[in-house]
Design a binder for this molecule. Structure first.
Ligand code: GLY
Length: 423
């Protein structure tokens, strides 16, 4: 079977790598891909925004399965475009991807179906939001309704910060139309965990857990980023917590989406906070997480193509999802200055070291090839994932691996997974 992966980042590199391991795949494409993906798939120069063009390419090449990586095309309805041309595609339709593309939708859904989530109010007017925030209990969270590159949730320590967040989101529209409404949410504390789950519209099959580190700097300081590193599994996500989430969160949200006529097919990402009062949902995303995917897929035993096809065909109940009894840690190497201003176009050296290493995965996020050299091409450049028999071992190996790669202005957090060692 010919397979096409749509996307450009580390998540798509991990997905493409995992699909490349399937004996069922005869030819693998990625649009548009990056320098790392180009080593395992044929990269096609079509941007993720060109849905019709991508679907026409899939038709003309006889692609048997297309996998959509990023949130934007899903929110805009790329799956609907592919399906309208009779193509098999993995990902939620537009009417289901709304669970990520509208925070108002997803919070209202959770309220309606009693899925545990922090208390919230919705506002479509800055004045009403500010009246509410003047009397608010701080810290408090202000969230843009729509997609905002993972930066749309702002934790405000006092009214002045909340006022600034409302101004930026609703008046200055730093996230565009995503800021026409906001959610103001109770601030809750605990341990954050990400759980990705395969869904076929009726059944939901959670993968192993992971934890991201979203802030740019050590000790969870600095600005929010797309994610600076991950580990899997989370030792804090116990079997009892998993049982609770299956009963009160995962299956209820599948049933809720079905009841609303929005059957969810694809990967549902649940961002959880493990609080003293039990797990609560911070967010749902309609796709694989990044960089969570870079620690989850290397531990998965199943053929990813088999699982994705079972989702599309509504027979996920036939799949027994299995993960290795090991651990993975991913450290993101970024360009100094990310997520604000940074330079790019620098040569990356040291990649050859990893070629014959089975317990390392270098998933490229923003790289390009020029005259045989691999160059940095964005803020998050690549992820160094290491496997180990324990999280501690995987963490030590991941950091050892980061020392083998060099590029100008290389930046990383030094505390990814430190919580594992304090546990
Ligand atoms: N790692 C967070 C996300 O993928 O949204």
């Amino acid at each position: 079977m010919k397979v096409l992966v749509v996307g450009v980042g580390g998540r798509e590199h991990a997905i493409t790598w995992k699909i490349s391991k399937s004996p069922r795949v005869t030819k693998l494409y990625c649009a548009p891909g990056n320098a790392g993906i180009a080593e395992i798939a044929e990269c096609v120069d079509i941007p993720v925004t060109k849905h019709e063009e991508l679907a026409d390419f899939a038709l003309s090449e006889g692609i048997g399965l297309t996998v959509i990586g990023p949130d934007d095309p899903l929110a805009e309805g790329i799956v609907d475009v592919f399906e309208s041309k009779g193509l098999r595609v993995f990902g939620p339709r537009k009417n289901a991807a709304i669970i990520e593309s509208s925070k108002v939708f997803s919070k209202n859904l959770m309220k309606k179906y009693n899925i545990p989530t922090p208390f919230y109010e919705v506002f479509d007017s800055p004045d009403k939001a500010l009246d509410y925030l003047r009397a608010g209990k701080y810290p408090i969270v202000v969230k843009a309704d729509g997609l905002a590159l993972g930066k749309g949730a702002i934790i405000c320590m006092d009214y002045a910060e909340a006022e600034n967040a409302v101004k930026e989101i609703m008046i200055d529209r730093i996230f565009g139309e995503s800021g026409s409404k906001i959610v103001v949410e109770e601030f809750i504390t605990g341990r954050e965990v990400s759980v990705l789950a395969f869904c076929d519209g009726t059944h939901i099959l959670p993968m192993t857990s992971a934890q991201d580190h979203k802030r740019a700097k050590d000790n969870d300081m600095g600005l929010n980023t797309g994610g600076m590193g991950t580990f899997s599994p989370s030792p804090f996500y116990t079997g009892d917590i998993d049982d609770y989430c299956k009963k009160y969160i995962y299956q209820p949200v599948m049933d809720a989406m079905k009841a609303e006529g929005r059957d969810f097919v694809g990967v549902l990402f649940t961002g959880l906070m493990l609080t003293e009062d039990g797990p609560k949902v911070l967010e749902f995303n309609a796709r694989f997480g990044d960089p969570e995917t870079q620690v989850v897929l290397p531990r998965m035993k199943n053929d990813l193509v088999d699982v994705m096809e079972a989702c599309i065909d509504g027979r996920l109940d036939e799949i027994n999802l299995e993960f290795e009894d090991n651990a993975a840690v991913c450290v993101i190497l970024a360009s100094e200055g990310y997520p604000e201003r940074y330079e790019k176009g620098f040569e990356i050296q040291g990649l050859d070291y990893f070629r014959d290493k089975e317990d390392y995965f270098i998933f490229h996020a923003a790289t390009r090839k020029d005259n045989g050299k691999v160059l940095t091409n964005g803020g998050r450049v690549l992820g160094v994932t290491a496997l180990g028999s324990t999280l501690k071992e995987a963490r030590a190996k991941a950091y050892e691996g980061t020392g083998k790669i060099y590029f100008k202005n290389k930046y990383m957090r030094t505390d990814i997974g430190r919580a594992i060692e304090q546990n």
